[in-house]
Design a protein around this ligand. Structure first.
Ligand code: DQA
Length: 146
């Protein structure tokens, strides 16, 4: 909708499997069910959201590069790329949009390799461990920053 504040919500690899994938860690909600809750909150906040998911690092990089043309903030769950992707971090830095990193699980109480995020240093902040609420809190944070 023209004139509304626009937030891009990005999801990284394997998040298309939510609901079926390790539900003891990631819960029983599918990505579409999470997206419904994001859209409902966005409506309440008067924020226009677009939600995308990709299993492809390059596609995510391209979306982030192009984001400033259309969006004013990014909420991203980089999934496994959190722990490996200098490319995503560089894209976020280059785009220059306020970016909020979110995780469904608390990455600091899991395996050692999950405790480092390449994204955190380029983000305004990080929200981890609250399930679907991590996305909703991330969207609220983005709305405050607009
Ligand atoms: C995740 C945590 C990552 O370590 C993992 O690779 C994911 C999901 C989360 O939302 O908790 O795919 O980003």
């Amino acid at each position: 909708m023209a004139g509304k504040k626009k937030v891009l919500v990005l999801n990284g690899p394997n998040l298309n499997l939510l609901g079926k994938r390790q539900p003891e860690i990631y819960g029983h909600l599918s990505l579409e069910q999470i997206n419904k809750q994001i859209r409902a909150l966005a409506k309440e906040l008067g924020v226009n959201v677009e939600i995308r998911q990709s299993n492809n690092e390059g596609e995510l990089v391209t979306w982030i590069q192009e984001a400033p043309k259309q969006f004013r903030a990014i909420v991203i769950n980089p999934a496994a790329y959190t722990h490996s992707s200098v490319a995503l971090r560089d894209a976020i830095t280059a785009a220059g949009l306020p970016t909020i990193e979110v995780h469904i699980s608390n990455i600091y109480r899991r395996e050692e390799f999950r405790k480092h995020s390449y994204i955190a240093g380029a983000a305004v902040g990080q929200i981890a461990g609250f399930g679907v609420q991590s996305y909703l809190l991330g969207l609220r944070a983005a709305a405050e920053l607009l």
